[in-house]
Design a protein around this ligand. Structure first.
Ligand code: AMP
Length: 318
């Protein structure tokens, strides 16, 4: 039996299903979580389907979290979408259910769960959830709310179909989701909108980014700088992709200072795989979009040097 059939068998078996996603969610985390929940609600109306994790009001247009008590996990099936490793799962009760399933598109460096369906070829976890629905179309229902959530996830993780993970299949899935009632233009508008503080921080990024000779670029955002823009860590989501717009930049990293004075490291690349560098610094992720941690300025320097070396090696064709 393939993994998808095994997952459907488990879904049919359980009366209670709790769906989790990762901390600090993005549209794909919420979209894949809500999309799967709405497919299951429409397909199995007599089952109890719950979504958990921190309620993020900025994503209410995709869907809201449920308030779930501990008893809900008794004899429940737990499914975690879009989350590479167990420490990042939002709502730490994920291990309190009877069975645990992982559905994800990040490299499976830190496996967890009784069943794992991981496909790094997919643009997003939302694309995988659509593929799951499509495989069992005769048994599952795709509601308009589900379609909208899944398209939100795909549009989010592909940078509005800009990133190389966008395949012909991604576009076909997006078309099917729009046929099922997802409003592509409204989603694009939601995900394109920024606040005035983020707009002003964007100007700061363009002005202060350092670009090295071989196309590695970096910027350090201290708490002081973030405060001066009236922003916190969450506000940096809207500016991480900005350096990639520069022709001369091939790989980049933005260091975001945290309250404990360590730094969140947000790395991106147009070609060379940067997740190996992220793994050296308590992180990981996709080849072209990774995250890590830097404990101090010394580690920041090391990461910049490693990124610089990567762009030098890439330019030499190594
Ligand atoms: P971010 O810059 O936080 O949007 O992260 C980009 C990608 O890197 C995410 O989709 C995750 O796959 C991965 N990532 C971020 N932070 C970490 C971490 N601390 N450990 C492992 N992977 C991470």
């Amino acid at each position: 039996m393939d993994l998808q059939s095994q997952i459907l068998t488990q879904i049919k078996k359980y009366q209670k299903i709790v769906i989790h996603r990762h901390q600090r969610p993005d549209p794909d985390a919420i979209g894949s979580q809500i999309g799967l929940a709405e497919i299951l609600k429409a397909s199995f109306p007599y089952k109890e389907i719950m979504v958990v994790g921190k309620q993020i009001d900025g994503f209410n247009w995709i869907g809201k979290m449920d308030e779930v008590d501990n008893d809900a996990f008794n004899d429940a099936l737990v499914i975690v979408t879009d989350t590479a490793n167990a420490p990042r799962i939002d709502d730490r009760r994920f291990d309190q259910g009877d069975q645990l399933i992982k559905i994800d598109h990040h490299p499976n460096d830190e496996p967890f769960g009784d069943i794992m369906w991981v496909s790094t070829m997919a643009s997003s976890s939302s694309e995988l959830i659509y593929d799951f629905y499509a495989q069992f179309k005769d048994q599952l229902e795709l509601s308009q709310v589900a379609a909208h959530a899944l398209l939100a996830g795909i549009i989010g993780d592909t940078g509005r179909f800009l990133y190389p993970a966008t395949t012909p299949h991604t576009m076909q899935v997006a078309a099917h989701l729009m046929e099922a009632g997802a409003d592509g233009a409204a989603i694009g508008q939601h995900e394109n909108e920024i606040t005035l503080p983020v707009a002003r921080l964007s100007a700061y990024v363009y002005e202060h980014l350092t670009v090295l000779d071989h196309g590695a670029a970096y910027l350090v955002l201290t708490n002081e700088i973030l405060r001066s823009f009236n922003l916190g860590d969450a506000g940096t989501a809207g500016i991480v992709s900005i350096p990639g717009r520069l022709k001369s930049v091939v790989s980049w990293v933005i260091f975001v200072q945290q309250d404990d004075d360590t730094y969140r490291v947000r790395m991106r690349s147009k070609g060379a795989a940067i997740n190996e560098i992220a793994k050296l610094h308590d992180g990981g992720g996709h080849p072209l979009a990774s995250g890590a941690k830097a404990k101090d300025e010394q580690e920041i320097k090391e990461i910049i040097a490693q990124l610089d070396q990567l762009t030098i090696d890439t330019a030499k064709g190594e």
